[in-house]
Design a protein around this ligand. Structure first.
Ligand code: NAD
Length: 353
């Protein structure tokens, strides 16, 4: 098949891991006889430096005209003045809403060999295989903001249709897995959460009677994710709770660098990115873990291009590389040899072939 993929490397370690994902996609194209064309555009701090805009019109146009978008990460100390009018994260938020990708899907998979890299006891990690589905284009991150010298406000707004469509995505995923859905809210204090709970209960009863629905308050969910992570199958939640819980869930896997994400809307075009940020503390050292970005490329193959065998082959290649002992610094035990970003990528490509 032919596909046009836009690459948005962004800032910090973003370019390193995006290059790794691109190399793996090229290896997939060679092996399976596909033709992928790549086009690179600016986003985030790199775009602010180049033209003062974290999401330039050329980037928007390219993303609207392609089959899938592969993003690295945005942000860093250079652009982190909280009073700055233009910030890298604005580019990412605008890109998500421009593409209408309201469902952020974050699978958390544990590799047995990396149990030691997680701060949790290995016995708690047994059998952990969950997906967090985070609402991505609504809630407090997108609501009206006010600020004066002594006060500030951020509006959290949700409409029923925004809740319905994200819960439907999550319930469909659960139906294809263990049939368990956990909806996370803060219905004891937030009106938006009470709407979230009503809509979820109604939708599941009407459309997914075969799904087992559990409801948790976000504070309890934060605790249960650590005390009984293997009980969860699919978790669905609103934007800010999902942002926080997915970082917490990443610790189950041992490193932010391991985990992928897919952001999807109603069309096949999706936005794919590792869950980590630009990691300024290790930027420029060539030591970033590319696994999260490469696993995101696998999600791209599956969800935007419909290439299921190829996606599974990439995931297997990561798994085999880990089983064979390949480790970047973030997941290596003290006595293990450490691969650079490019070496780890090469190992995964060799496993693919
Ligand atoms: P971060 O994810 O960049 O880093 C957190 C820690 O994890 C750091 O110690 C880092 O070295 C490590 N880490 C992250 N990715 C890694 C990888 N691939 N390999 C090895 N180690 C890795 O989060 P942060 O430090 O809170 O944020 C840094 C910057 O990134 C900030 O400007 C923030 O706004 C931005 N950010 C961007 C995104 C995004 O682009 N989607 C997401 C989160 C944070």
């Amino acid at each position: 098949m032919e596909a046009l993929i836009v690459l948005l490397p962004g800032d910090g370690i973003g370019p390193d891991v995006t290059t790794a994902a691109k190399q793996v996609l090229e290896a997939v194209a060679d092996k399976y006889g596909h033709r992928f064309t790549f086009r690179e555009e600016l986003i985030g701090g790199a775009a602010i430096d180049a033209c003062g805009d974290p999401l330039p019109p050329a980037t928007i146009a390219a993303c609207e005209a392609c089959d899938a978008v592969m993003l690295g990460a945005v942000g860093g100390p250079k652009w982190s003045d909280p009073n700055a009018e233009v910030r890298p994260e604005q580019g990412l938020l605008k890109l998500r809403s421009t593409l209408g990708v309201y469902a952020n899907i974050r699978p958390v998979r544990i590799y047995d060999e990396l149990a030691a890299a997680s701060p949790l006891k290995p016995e708690l990690l047994n059998g952990v295989d969950l997906i967090v589905v985070r609402e991505l284009t609504g809630g407090i991150y997108f609501g009206e903001k006010t600020r004066n010298e002594s006060s500030a406000s951020d509006l959290c707004l949700y409409n029923s249709y925004e809740i319905e469509r994200i819960v439907r995505v999550a319930a469909k995923l659960a139906a294809g897995r263990r049939g368990k859905l956990c909806s996370v809210d803060k219905a004891n204090v937030l009106e938006t959460s009470r709407l979230w709970r009503d809509v979820t209960d109604r939708l599941i009863a009407a459309e997914f009677s075969n799904i087992e629905l559990e409801t948790l308050l976000v504070d309890a969910a934060a605790m249960h994710l650590l005390s009984r992570p293997s009980d969860f199958d699919v978790i669905v939640t609103e934007n800010m709770f999902g942002d926080i819980l997915t970082d917490e869930a990443s610790m189950l896997a041992g490193s932010m660098g391991m985990l992928p994400s897919a952001s999807l809307g109603d069309s096949a075009r999706g936005l794919y990115e590792p869950i980590h940020g630009s990691a300024p503390d290790i930027a420029g050292q060539g030591i970033a873990n590319p696994c999260g970005a490469i696993a995101s490329a696998a999600l791209l193959l599956r969800h935007s291009l419909g290439l299921h065998d190829e996606a599974a082959a990439v995931e297997t290649a990561i798994s085999v590389a880990i089983t064979n002992g390949a480790r970047t610094a973030d997941i290596a035990a003290d006595d293990e040899a450490v691969e650079s970003t490019t070496e780890m990528t090469d190992v995964i490509i060799r496993c693919l072939n």
